[in-house]
Write a protein that binds this ligand. Structure first.
Ligand SMILES: Cc1cc2nc3c(=O)[nH]c(=O)nc-3n(C[C@H](O)[C@H](O)[C@H](O)COP(=O)(O)OP(=O)(O)OC[C@H]3O[C@@H](n4cnc5c(N)ncnc54)[C@H](O)[C@@H]3O)c2cc1C
Length: 459
């Protein structure tokens, strides 16, 4: 008999959920974690980031208060207090995750683990081998730094950004994905001088083009220097600070240079090949809809598979794996209509198809779009605009995409995700009574399409 029924490598979002649910089905489960229980999301991702986002937004609140009659004295900000309080909360969460696993009867081993042939795992701490009927790889991903430019040793990633001893007065962030954009907005909100450098033509590739343009403009309004079509080619350490040299031969002097240019699945040194586990073209472990790898008793979930790299997705995949293998309920994971948010300033919420994708996939597409100044901004005097956009399959009237930039967009998109997933039509949106006065009401009051796209029959 194997030592355990399930060995989970990696105690992050996906691994913890899978371990707990499998144990609940009566499986004997062991989980190895080489860093801290909770993984990226809890320790160095979503949670600490959102706490920093909250902190960064107070500067706007203080400024906005004046238009509503408040006199706020000169606010001061202490980075060290924020980081210490954030660390305390992360410690608490780590303990809570550990307690949950222990309560479920999962044995935690605090070390790196790698595959050792087909049916066993080797623990790096002791070299001990543990045999397992099933193995789940949930090792996540880590930041990449691209090719080794001169001075790369001076560059930090999001991992280090959470532990800086001082708030950088000037920072260069390279990258155009949601992590780069969010950190640029966080530092700008905390009053750092921020320059975002991105090699492509606009930030947030994969999001709707109107959303990308809108956020780009809002970031610039927010005082962030957005330099597209350029890259950082070298970083020099000088007495004046770090000098980021750009591909257009310009220089930016900063206290910190951060790269958020992508994340790479943690597959190196895991012993995949010997175990018969294949890595796919996307750099992640290749799996089917049940997260099964090319070795039938080895599964993989979360960022290490490089499917949709978000915490709720990793959790869902981990849960579905446990239901499938230990609960007797084969459960595939549906990766369509995953609602997503960017905690920029202002926020973004999106679900479903962008206008470009819809037009490529569907013969008839109607677009409903509005951009407006939120009511709060009228008294605060803040120069900001919100954007709402619905993408409708004109053949069926189904709303296939919804894109929001504005306050509380993340909260809105969670609920819209339900409607869009259920197949709500534009007529359903129209029939829904507005909640007034809100920003969200615009979603149910856009009557006429702002654009109609009809593909010619010959195309
Ligand atoms: C800055 C940042 C912000 C983010 N914000 C959001 C957000 O707002 N919303 C959202 O949904 N997602 C967000 N994400 C993404 C989210 O954190 C990940 O999608 C999620 O954590 C993936 O979970 P996972 O279980 O696949 O991997 P992880 O949570 O990364 O867990 C993997 C674990 O495995 C461990 N490990 C790796 N190799 C081994 C080994 N050989 N032996 C033992 N242990 C090992 C690692 O130490 C790690 O703890 C963010 C990510 C980052 C970096």
């Amino acid at each position: 008999m194997p030592d355990v029924d399930l060995f989970v490598i990696g105690a992050g979002s996906g691994g913890v959920r899978a371990a707990r649910i499998a144990a609940g089905y009566g499986a004997r489960v062991m989980i190895a974690e080489e860093s801290r229980v909770g993984g990226t999301c809890v320790i160095r991702g979503c949670v600490p980031k959102k706490l920093l986002v909250y902190a960064s937004r107070f500067s706007h609140d203080f400024e906005d208060a004046a238009g509503f009659g408040w006199a706020v004295g000169q606010p001061t900000f202490d980075w060290r207090t924020l980081i210490a309080n954030k660390d305390r909360e992360i410690d608490r969460l780590e303990r809570a995750y550990t307690a949950t696993l222990e309560k479920a009867g999962v044995e935690i081993v605090a070390c790196r683990a790698v595959l050792d042939g087909g049916h066993s795992v080797r623990l790096a701490s002791s070299g001990a081998r543990v045999s397992a009927a099933h193995i789940l790889i949930a090792t996540g991903a880590r930041p990449t730094f691209g090719h080794r430019i001169p001075g790369i040793e001076h560059v930090i990633s999001s991992n280090e950004a959470f532990h800086l001893t001082e708030l950088p007065r000037r920072i260069v962030v390279q990258g155009g994905g949601y992590i780069a954009v969010e950190f640029a907005c966080i530092f700008a909100g905390l009053d750092s001088e921020v320059t975002l450098v991105y090699r492509r033509e606009n930030v947030l590739r994969g999001f709707d083009d109107d959303v990308r343009q809108h956020l780009h403009a809002e970031m610039e309004r927010h005082g962030i220097g957005v330099l597209t079509g350029r890259t950082v080619t070298a970083v020099d350490k000088t007495p004046a600070g770090l000098v980021a040299r750009l591909s257009d031969d310009s220089d930016i002097v900063a206290d910190r240079v951060m790269f958020a240019i992508g994340r790479r699945p943690n597959v190196d040194g895991l012993g995949l090949e010997d175990a018969g586990v294949t890595v796919g073209d996307n750099g992640g472990i290749a799996v089917d809809a049940f997260s099964q790898t090319t070795a039938p008793h080895i599964h993989a979930v979360g960022d290490v598979t490089n499917r949709v790299n978000l915490t709720p997705v990793a959790i869902r995949e981990g849960h579905a794996f446990a239901d499938t293998v230990f609960g007797g309920r084969p459960t595939p994971v549906d990766h369509t209509f995953v609602p997503t948010a960017v905690f920029s300033e202002p926020e973004i919420g999106a679900v479903g198809l962008t206008e470009t994708t819809a037009r490529a996939q569907l013969p008839m597409v109607d677009i409903y779009k509005t951009s407006f100044r939120p009511l709060k901004a009228t008294l605060s005097g803040r120069e900001t605009r919100a954007l709402m956009k619905l993408v409708v399959d004109a053949a069926t009237d189904r709303v296939v995409g919804c894109h929001i930039v504005g306050p509380d967009a993340a909260e809105m998109i969670q609920l819209l995700g339900v409607a869009v997933r259920m197949g709500a039509t534009k007529a359903d949106f129209d029939a829904t009574m507005a909640v007034h006065p809100t920003i969200a009401e615009e979603l149910v009051t856009m009557r006429e399409p702002t654009a109609r796209h009809r593909r010619a029959a010959a195309e």
